[in-house]
Design a protein around this ligand. Structure first.
Ligand code: 26W
Length: 840
């Protein structure tokens, strides 16, 4: 690895303060091109791209050529729009949002970009001249799977919302060469294949080599005082270069454009050592150094809700925040020449604790490079940084061994130690020397650096992602901090990009809404969906609504037949549980109930039964053994039922491989029932629940996360609630939960679990069954009976077609508040305090 000594002194750094740009740019002209004119231009731009980039005439172009050409044309158009947008934002002194997140689960860009730039029809027209179908091009695009699940998808939805609201924003993340693994099921056992997404995804990335940054690891810190200035030198550091690549997200109608800046790790290519090595013929050593550097952004860590504690993960986190914070500072200094007004002009958002080191990194730059005093730097930073918590799982709260931390990040460690000392001192004062409380809030204790505590100490705002979750944070996760700093704690309920999840994923439903409401306003403002409510009393509308659902179910059935070789009946209830696989989400509660139903059906073949198709989609963290066992259990249960001619026409279980954003876009519109069955108090919010309700699925769920707000929005008649409340869960836990008693006393539970212990399909499921009868922190058996009741209730409700249609439609009507446009509005008003750029 390259060793380099970076000299940082207050003097040298003041030279870094570039004068504020005085350049005035001409105001962006409103596009006045007619539709026809821009169609011609799209055609011409495409032709030019085909010719210049791929050396083909349109007549000879393959679908792949067209896909790439289209992506490049759109990328350039977004770049132009972004430039105009930014210059307008600058003139208005608009506050900038910087959203730091280790994951952005973007999915595909083509359909969304065409839709938001209002170019879908034009593109279709141009392509049809050459016999090319736009739908085929969509399928060529790989998902940009740079995230695990909820956290990353939320970040992606927010970029869309920010652009549409004309709030200038940059999302910062890593350019993982390999995104979330491709899941393969080998007789039900999950195996992971690498997701090399760049060959089809690269065309959306704009390289910005001029903005590259250096990130320093390892080495030692030397400090001294001279002329009243504190000097710091980071000696013998390992230098990694962060190369930025921009992926742009156009807002609806294309005035605002968000940037997602992805950093790729590379070895410094300008180092003299490189050349020396080459000259000595030490080619292998040079290559090794390159590989060591590039490994940082090689791969996304595939576990969510479970910390890894690995050195490479710490390196990824620091690499992200160091490059991003340097970029933020550079941008800010270029415009204002000072960081004094950072809190007024910039909001830095930490999406969960993963980018926490942005706090000490900004301290480092302000102290070592800009000559700020500790007090002033801390004051500025704590007014700039805000933090969102996304999980209550204790095993997800990140902490780092102090020795690993201090070795890999020596200067950052010094700063964190000092933050801890000062913070602890302040907390002692504010708690009247409550030592126990202060030590629980400490940032470093028992040899661990605690990221969440650092976030809470340094952020001016700490928010949860649903009302219930935000309460739990105050009462439980961060209770100590809440008692001392109650004003920091807020709630912003999550949301989803309704233009992607409704308008694009379910175009027929969008047309239905447009026709009923007599306008397109809901596209920009999802609160208009409420106006669908009166149509719940209109039989014709209800019928049309269900006809759309039926066609979406047929579309999904086709996919299932192709992928799984199973024919599913669109007249059966499509009961969908799609999300990451985790015990707390309780896919095994769903499966246990299916097994129970299967046994009932076998025993009473003539019992009344509403045909039901259970669809599962979920990836497990590769090392999460029990989760993989649960997948195998569900998969083989499906096989077992499918092999049973007496039951298979009534009951089906389909496990869809490789659940991802693009598959979700196919699934959400086809669902009748949305399974949201986590143990109350465990799911921070959920966002799949919002996508499903928006597409007219009725929630069958617990009073957990955002389900509570869904319940309030649709009312008790349009949702199936079951299970313990958070209070009941707490009480049970206090009294001591003994699942063994439930197993012994409940014959239905007993029978189903015994079948699992005995096994079927050539395997036993003792680990899964055993986990339910021993400790089970997620209390599956305790909620089992009530879950059965809710399942039965939903089946009975489904048989009344019109009444069901009413419920479904009212779910869409009640989903407006779950648009991420509303979430962005809330963040802007309550946390970031920023205003949209006007005149866009
Ligand atoms: C340390 C490893 C790790 C990785 C990812 C820990 C935690 C995470 C994420 C925060 C887990 C996550 O994605 N949480 C989900 O965030 C969604 C968006 O707010 C919520 O809707 C989900 O309820 C929550 O599980």
């Amino acid at each position: 690895m390259a060793k380099e000594t970076e000299k940082k002194s207050a003097k040298k750094l003041s030279a870094n303060k570039a004068p504020a740009s005085k350049k005035k740019t001409a105001p962006a002209k409103k596009s006045s091109r007619s539709k026809a004119a821009s169609a011609v231009s799209l055609a011409e731009e495409l032709k030019t791209r085909l010719l210049h980039n791929f050396s083909v005439q349109p007549e000879d172009a393959t679908d792949e050529n067209w896909y790439n050409a289209l992506a490049l044309v759109l990328r350039d158009r977004m770049r132009t729009k972004r430039t105009q947008y930014i210059s307008k934002a600058h003139k208005q002194d608009a506050k900038q949002v910087y959203y730091l997140c280790m994951e952005f689960l973007m999915g595909r860009s083509l359909k969304n970009t065409l839709f938001n730039l209002n170019l879908t029809e034009e593109a279709e027209r141009v392509l049809s001249k050459y016999g090319v179908r736009l739908d085929n091009l969509y399928e060529l695009e790989p998902d940009a799977g740079l995230g695990n699940g909820g956290l990353g998808r939320l970040a992606a939805c927010f970029l869309d919302g920010l652009a549409t609201a004309s709030i200038p924003a940059i999302g910062y993340s890593l350019l993982y060469e390999y995104g979330i693994f491709r899941q393969k099921l080998d007789n039900g056992w999950q195996t992971e294949a690498p997701d090399f997404w760049l060959p089809g995804g690269q065309c959306w990335l704009l390289p910005r080599p001029e903005l590259a940054k250096k990130v320093l690891f390892d080495g030692e810190v030397r400090e001294w005082w001279n002329n009243g200035f504190h000097h710091v030198e980071h000696e013998n550091a390992t230098v990694i270069v962060a190369q930025p690549y921009d992926l742009m997200v156009a807002g609806k109608d294309g005035h605002g454009v968000s940037t997602l800046r992805l950093w790729k790790a590379t070895a410094p290519s300008d180092g003299a050592i490189d050349m020396t090595l080459y000259n000595q013929g030490e080619y292998m050593r040079a290559m090794e150094r390159r590989a060591m550097a590039e490994i940082i952004t090689h791969q996304l860590y595939p576990s969510d809700n479970h910390r890894e504690g690995k050195s490479l993960r710490l390196s990824q986190q620091y690499f992200l925040v160091s490059a991003s914070v340097q970029d933020i500072v550079q941008r800010h200094l270029r415009k204002y020449g000072t960081l004094d007004n950072l809190p007024e002009m910039a909001a830095i958002h930490l999406n969960d604790t993963h980018p926490t080191l942005a706090i000490p990194e900004l301290m480092r730059i302000m102290l070592d490079e800009c000559g700020y005093s500790w007090e002033k730097a801390w004051e500025i930073i704590t007014r700039t940084v805000a933090y969102t918590n996304h999980t209550v799982m204790a095993e997800a709260l990140e902490c780092w061994p102090e020795d690993l931390f201090s070795q890999r990040l020596p200067r950052i460690y010094q700063i964190v130690k000092e933050i801890n000392n000062r913070f602890s001192e302040q907390m002692m004062k504010e708690t009247d020397n409550d030592v126990a409380k202060v030590s629980r809030m400490a940032i470093i204790s028992f040899g661990l650096v605690k990221m969440a505590n650092l976030c809470v100490a340094a952020s001016h705002s700490v928010n949860g992602v649903s009302r219930l979750h935000s309460e739990i944070i105050k009462q439980d996760v961060f209770h100590d901090a809440y008692t001392v700093m109650p004003e920091k704690f807020k709630n912003v309920t999550n949301g989803i990009a309704h233009r992607r999840w409704l308008c694009q994923a379910n175009p027929e439903l969008a047309t239905f809404i447009r026709e009923r409401l007599g306008s397109d306003e809901f596209v920009m403002d999802a609160s208009h969906l409420e106006e669908l409510t009166p149509f719940a009393d209109d039989p014709d509308s209800l019928q049309a609504f269900m006809a759309i659902k039926r066609r979406n179910k047929e579309r999904l059935a086709k996919y299932v037949l192709q992928q799984n070789g199973v024919a599913i009946d669109p007249d059966s209830i499509f009961d969908v549980q799609v999300k990451r696989l985790h015990e707390y989400k309780r896919q095994h509660l769903n499966a246990l109930h299916i097994l129970h139903t299967y046994l009932e059906l076998k025993e009473n073949p003539n019992m009344e039964f509403v045909p039901r198709t259970y669809l599962f989609g979920a990836k497990s963290a590769p090392g999460y053994f029990l989760a993989k066992e649960i997948i195998r259990f569900i998969y083989l249960l499906g096989k077992e039922i499918e092999n049973d001619p007496a039951v298979r026409d009534k009951l089906k279980v389909v496990y869809l491989e490789d659940y991802r954003v693009s598959l979700a876009e196919l699934l959400m519109p086809a669902a009748d029932i949305s399974e949201q069955i986590s143990l109350a108090g465990t799911e921070a919010s959920g966002t799949g629940n919002m996508k499903l309700m928006m597409n007219g699925a009725v929630t069958l769920g617990t009073m957990d996360g955002a389900n509570v707000e869904i319940y309030e929005s649709v009312g008790p008649d349009n949702i199936f609630i079951f299970g313990m409340s958070t209070e009941e869960v707490e009480n049970q836990k206090r009294m001591g939960y003994t699942p063994q008693t439930l197993y012994n006393n409940n014959p239905r539970i007993h029978r189903a679990l015994d079948v699992m212990f005995r096994g079927f399909g050539g395997r036993q499921f003792g680990e899964v069954a055993g986990s339910l009868t021993s400790k089970d922190p997620y209390m599956v058996l305790a909620d089992f009976e009530d879950y059965c009741r809710a399942q039965d209730q939903s089946a009975a409700a489904y048989t009344d077609t019109l009444a069901w249609a009413r419920k479904a439609l009212l779910n869409t009507a009640g989903s407006g508040i779950f648009s991420s446009d509303r979430s962005i509005q809330d963040y802007s008003d309550r946390i970031w305090h920023c205003r949209p750029v006007t005149g866009m």
